[in-house]
Design a protein around this ligand. Structure first.
Ligand SMILES: Nc1ncnc2c1ncn2[C@@H]1O[C@H](COP(=O)(O)OP(=O)(O)O)[C@@H](O)[C@H]1O
Ligand SMILES: [Mg+2]
Length: 313
């Protein structure tokens, strides 16, 4: 996983550091975290008041509303949710700050035969038990996720002479009209009553050292919808970690939300991710996030392999 370029503790403005020290007491160690692609601050602190994980972004940054939305969701998650508790949120010295319980842990390994795979599948599948009906208000999944997870339609409309289309592989270039149609069919099936995390991937999951429990972090893309979306989102990440598409799907056998999902919805969802990541990987890099587009290009290859496997079956 290619990390974001994040500021380290000593690079943070003195005002923010002082304000954090006023809230948490003297900070003895600060470990800057590298997962994720947000150019904000993500730092594990050992302070007088105990350990804490702090996320912060300048209040005038484009991402500030996203941080505030994450805080609103994190504050309302039921205590039984396998997620770190939000201890405090507010503005400090011009920064939006979220202070969470610190989790000592590691990302799950989603490669073939990894013992983390069944743990991740079971825990993500069981989120819906605590999050139905949704305990928070959030955008509806068919609109929020359906409005984002697509890309073939844009590429089709760009036309054969477009630079973005010229860079496609021959398989997808020859099937653009089919893929553009396919990528929309899952959207009505995204509707439902549950809180959907919406950004399930290994760097938003932590296996806690203390007890091996899987914790779900980074609730910054919430929506209200059908719970199959979070567990099915593991599939492209398992493929990125080395699974064959069919083998990745097999790890979901026995999960009711997966068993009940019509085959054409899965194929459509795979195509939607392939289109989304293909489209996004061709955008210019956002400032301060140099590794995102290469990551999306790898993710697009995984989702394309998944789509092809489903269409060839
Ligand atoms: N509560 C926590 N305790 C310890 N580390 C955490 C905690 N929450 C997140 N992290 C680490 O910080 C990284 C970035 O946090 P995350 O909430 O995913 O932010 P981003 O929006 O930047 O992806 C995670 O990938 C993880 O390594
Ligand atoms: Mg993250």
């Amino acid at each position: 996983m290619s990390p974001a370029v994040r500021p380290s503790w000593n690079d943070l403005p003195q005002g923010l550091r002082d304000a954090l020290v006023r809230r948490l007491g003297h900070v003895s160690t600060a470990e800057v975290q590298s997962g994720g692609f947000t150019p904000g601050v993500a730092v594990r602190l050992a302070a007088v008041q105990g350990r804490a994980f702090v996320k912060a972004v300048p209040a005038d940054h484009d991402l500030a509303p996203k941080y505030r939305a994450e805080a609103a969701v994190a504050a309302r998650l039921p205590h039984t949710t396998p997620a770190p508790q939000l201890r405090w949120t507010g503005d400090l010295d011009g920064w939006v700050v979220l202070v969470f319980d610190d989790i000592a842990g590691r990302y799950p390994d989603l490669s073939p035969d990894s013992p983390d795979v069944p743990v991740a599948v079971a825990e993500v599948a069981s989120l819906a038990a605590t999050l139905t009906p949704s305990p928070v208000d959030a955008p509806l999944a068919p609109i929020a996720r359906g409005g984002q997870l697509h890309g073939w339609g844009e590429l089709l409309r760009a036309g054969a002479g477009d630079r973005l289309v010229a860079g496609l592989g021959p398989w997808e270039r020859d099937r653009l009209p089919l893929l553009a149609e396919l990528e929309r069919a899952w959207v009505p099936r995204a509707a439902g009553p549950s809180l959907v995390h919406g950004d399930i991937r290994p760097d938003n999951l932590l296996i806690r050292d203390e007890d091996g429990a899987l914790m779900v972090i980074d609730w910054a893309q919430p929506s209200i919808g059908a719970p199959w979306q979070d567990v099915v989102d593991l599939i492209p990440h398992m493929i990125m970690a080395g699974h064959e598409p069919r083998a990745a799907e097999k790890t979901l056998i026995g999960v009711p939300a997966w068993e009940e999902l019509p085959a054409e919805v899965v194929t459509s969802y795979a195509a939607a991710y392939a289109g989304y990541w293909t489209r996004m990987s061709r955008q210019p890099s956002p400032p301060g996030v140099p590794n995102l587009r290469a990551y999306q290009a790898r993710a697009a290859q995984a989702a394309l392999a998944w789509t092809r496997a489903r269409l060839l079956q």
